[in-house]
Design a binder for this molecule. Sequence first.
Ligand code: HEC
Ligand code: HEC
Length: 281
Amino acid sequence: MGNIVTFLTACISLLFVASTTAPAAADDLTERGAYLVNTVMACGNCHTPMGPQGPDMSRALSGGLEFDTPGFHVTASNLTPHDTGLGSWSDEEIKRALVEGRRPDGSALAPIMPTSFYKVLTPRDLDAIVAYLRTLPPVDRKVPAPEYAGDPPPAFPGAEAPIAEEDQGADPVRKGFYLVTIAHCMECHTDWEADGPPAIGAGGRPLPGPWGVSISANITNDPHAGLGEWTDEEIVRAVTAGVSRDGRALLPPMGYPFYAGISPDDLAAMVAYLRTVPSTH
Ligand code: HEC
Ligand code: HEC
């Protein structure tokens, strides 16, 4: 009797192993996509509608903020698998929008969508993002049609091509550059309108919104203007909890609640990279 039970148990565990091998790989991919979309890349900071209490998570990623600027008037799109969202887009079409900034009909996305930072994405991370977006509950929500007639933005310096996983594994600074790039930190932390070549990471960009106008900080390694004298813990606290070195609560639109979910290893790599960003003063 004992032997039969053992035998049956062995068969069941064999079946279990056999039947879970393939889905396990898919689960890993979806999990990686959820991690990227909901923490490092903070897609919901733009693509989730804002309710009176903050982001309305019951309609997560179904379309969000409206951006009305002299160059374009667009609304962050519905990314859920509904007909009013990405339901009819192929995987390749979604990836093309992310790295080339173009829709299936060839029209360009306004440069507020951070496609210039997404060309570094590895093929696996692109697959992961798409796999995760496919698992979202479909939400019926049509956002207003975009008004933009320009081209997609050029690639961010150093982000022209994917950075291979092996290169990231071999060097925390390289991995940190990858993560800081896909988190589009430097988009806000650079004053692109200033005269001369852009001082990457030196901050000074005004960001208006319902909170008033916040001015992005200098996050280079400069000892006075930047993070040069901050401890690693102080930098991590600012990014994940929105608290400055002196204890002041930091203003939006930086996505602190999203970044709070970044893994300790990834945060360490991001800090390692920020330590190498040259002082611009
Ligand atoms: C800074 C805000 C912002 C962030 C962060 C952001 N997006 Fe967008 N995204 C937009 C806006 C705004 C548009 C609409 C642009 C337009 O219509 O020209 C857009 C458009 C898109 C489109 C095109 C959809 C369509 O129907 O045309 C896709 C796909 C997309 N985003 C996916 C993502 C994903 C995935 C992430 C995270 C990895 C992300 N976005 C992060 C603002 C953002
Ligand atoms: C959407 C724009 C935006 C993005 C994206 C963004 N930030 Fe910020 N960040 C800001 C603004 C604005 C402030 C200043 C807020 C204030 O002073 O109240 C700030 C403040 C900070 C501070 C505190 C500096 C200080 O002197 O108090 C650090 C550190 C920081 N950001 C790092 C990062 C990193 C690292 C990333 C990417 C993971 C990032 N930020 C992404 C807009 C942004």
